[in-house]
Design a protein around this ligand. Structure first.
Ligand code: SF4
Ligand code: SF4
Length: 234
């Protein structure tokens, strides 16, 4: 899941300066779970913007705005309202925000009857799209509702060798072959409140009777696998 937090309203209002009518787009997946872009949050942002004198023309909460097919359907359903708005504000992660921008450009425009040939780019395509959330990390959620960063998308997963505990993400130094020596009573020298990832890995492998995996020296990370921007087909 992509973890987000809403931007401060004051900051968002600066983005929206000079734009009066705003269409809101949330996210029915991760941002709903994070309570940053679900229906409840979108309605709260709507109210807050209206208190500041803005007109919220409508809102949409695509199931997953980062998935082009789902987003396109929502944009097509709301295209007239979007076209008549000054701007779009997206309460979703950076993927969703960029996807809205890219898909708005390719959403077929609404054309009044008898208006002749269609322009190639929808009026919505040139609409300013604004950022309503900060994207923090990829994480899991525990039973207390706390989000934990668990994967850094390194492109070369070592979990099989580390008891399914990610040293890239959970060790601040991203060490691949055991602890740095600074751990103290199982706590990390960088942050004493956190468990040392490598002690967790050791304990996990010990419990599973797989300590021999620690003898496998992992080569330096192949950073060519995470050269950005990455691309892959389905
Ligand atoms: S090793 Fe860690 S960062 Fe890399 S893919 Fe696996 S879980 Fe993600
Ligand atoms: S103490 Fe453990 S988690 Fe902290 S930096 Fe060293 S190896 Fe990594």
């Amino acid at each position: 899941m992509i973890i987000t937090k809403q931007k401060d309203l004051k900051e968002v209002l600066k983005y929206l300066a000079g734009e009066n009518s705003i269409f809101l787009i949330g996210c029915g997946e991760c941002s709903t779970t994070c309570r940053t872009g679900g229906e409840e949050e979108v309605k709260k942002v709507k109210e807050a913007l209206e208190k500041e004198g803005k007109v919220v023309t409508g809102y949409s909460i695509p199931e997953a705005p980062c998935i082009a097919a789902k987003l396109k359907m929502e944009l097509a359903r709301n295209r007239k309202t979007i076209e008549s708005s000054d701007a779009v504000l997206v309460l979703a992660c950076g993927l969703g925000i960029q996807s809205v921008k890219e898909n708005l450009r390719s959403t077929p425009p609404s054309v009044p009857p008898g208006a002749g040939s269609r322009p190639r780019i929808s009026k919505g395509g040139n609409k300013p799209v604004h950022v309503g959330c900060d994207t923090l990390f990829m994480g899991t959620i525990d039973s207390k509702g706390l989000f934990h960063e668990r994967c850094s998308a390194c492109g070369d997963c070592v979990l099989e060798l580390t008891g399914l505990i990610c040293p890239i993400t959970r060790c601040p130094k991203s060490l691949l072959n055991g602890p740095c020596g600074g751990q103290d009573k199982g706590k990390c020298e960088v942050d004493k409140d956190r468990d040392c990832a490598w002690i967790l890995i050791y304990n996990e492998l010990k419990e599973k009777n797989k300590l021999d995996l620690l003898r496998r020296i992992k080569p330096p990370k192949d950073h060519s696998r995470s050269t950005k921007p990455r691309q892959r087909s389905v």
